[in-house]
Design a protein around this ligand. Structure first.
Ligand code: CO8
Length: 258
């Protein structure tokens, strides 16, 4: 594997950290950068020492979206042959919690990358938008689908058609982001949340994510059937035995992550 050029990846305790590192371009996402992000995510997803993955952007902003210069001469055929979204699709197949800590501009593909994460924390000054309409295109990495599932058709269309900037306060009201945190506390806050999740039984965290993902795609009954199978499966884990035994014995559990 080549040395990453556009991202910095590191492990901090049980947290896998990925920092978008193209600040001179507002972390505009070219194809190589997306591949590096996805490869780092997959590496952490497979690494037993990592429990949670945290993503953030270096410089003034999280990301100003896909690299426009890279797309300016694209044709339908070049896009079809390159299939740039194949890498993006790999993000949905990750099992571990993905947390985005965003600031500054979160635009276009940058917004799509944040929406592909499980939790989003933002600074008060963060601005979200889908400006693609003004470039004669539209979101292509899940923006129309994920935004609509989050906030409903009517609201999504307004943001997508106008390309207006959505302040963090509104993103929070709409349920797009989890919480607004002052810029100087964002990193510490997100790491605290990540560490709390990392301390939970690994299989519970994993199967909760799996079941919640089904809620968007299955009927209520099919989703509940899936949930039940995950619930039963957890009775095969050591952490279930320990968690329930510890409760009965009135002591703190010691989870082993299996
Ligand atoms: N792509 C390429 N370069 C960019 C991008 C971008 N998205 N955004 C900023 N840059 C570059 C600028 O060209 C500039 O480069 P240089 O210094 O060489 O002139 C540098 O970053 C600094 O930018 P500005 O001088 O423009 O800085 P400002 O502070 O004046 O403005 C903005 C910052 C508001 C972020 C402005 O740069 C902007 O509007 N950027 C474009 C935002 C945008 O339209 N994003 C949507 C892109 S399309 C998309 O995301 C489709 C997603 C579908 C997935 C595709 C996968 C293949």
């Amino acid at each position: 594997m080549l040395t990453p050029q556009y991202v910095k990846a590191s492990i901090d305790g049980r947290i896998g950290r990925i920092r978008l590192n193209r600040p001179e371009r507002y972390n505009a996402l070219n194809r190589a950068m997306i591949r590096e992000i996805v490869e780092a995510m997959e590496r952490f997803d497979q690494d037993e020492t990592v429990a949670v993955i945290v993503l953030n952007g270096e410089g003034k902003s999280f990301s100003a979206g896909a690299d426009i210069e890279e797309m300016v001469d694209a044709t339908p055929v070049s896009m079809e042959l390159l299939d740039p979204f194949a890498d993006w699709d790999r993000i949905s197949r990750l099992h571990k919690p993905l947390i985005a800590a965003v600031h500054g501009f979160v635009l276009g593909g940058g917004f799509e990358l944040a929406l592909a994460c499980d939790l989003i924390y933002a600074t008060p000054e963060t601005q979200f938008a889908f400006p693609e309409v003004g470039l004669g295109v539209m979101p292509g990495a899940g923006g129309t689908q994920r935004l609509t599932k989050r906030i409903g058709r009517t609201r999504a269309l307004e943001w997508l058609w106008t390309g207006d900037r959505m302040p963090a306060s509104e993103a929070q009201q709409l349920g797009i982001i989890n919480r607004i945190v002052e810029a100087d506390q964002l990193e510490a806050h997100v790491l605290t949340v990540a560490e709390r999740i990392a301390a939970q039984p690994v299989m519970s965290v994993r199967l909760i994510k799996d079941a919640v993902d089904k809620a968007g795609n299955l009927s209520l009954q099919d989703g509940m059937d899936h949930e039940r199978r995950n619930f039963y499966l957890l009775f095969g884990t050591n952490d279930q035995t320990e968690g329930m035994q510890a409760f009965v014995e009135k002591r703190q559990p010691t989870f082993k992550g299996n």
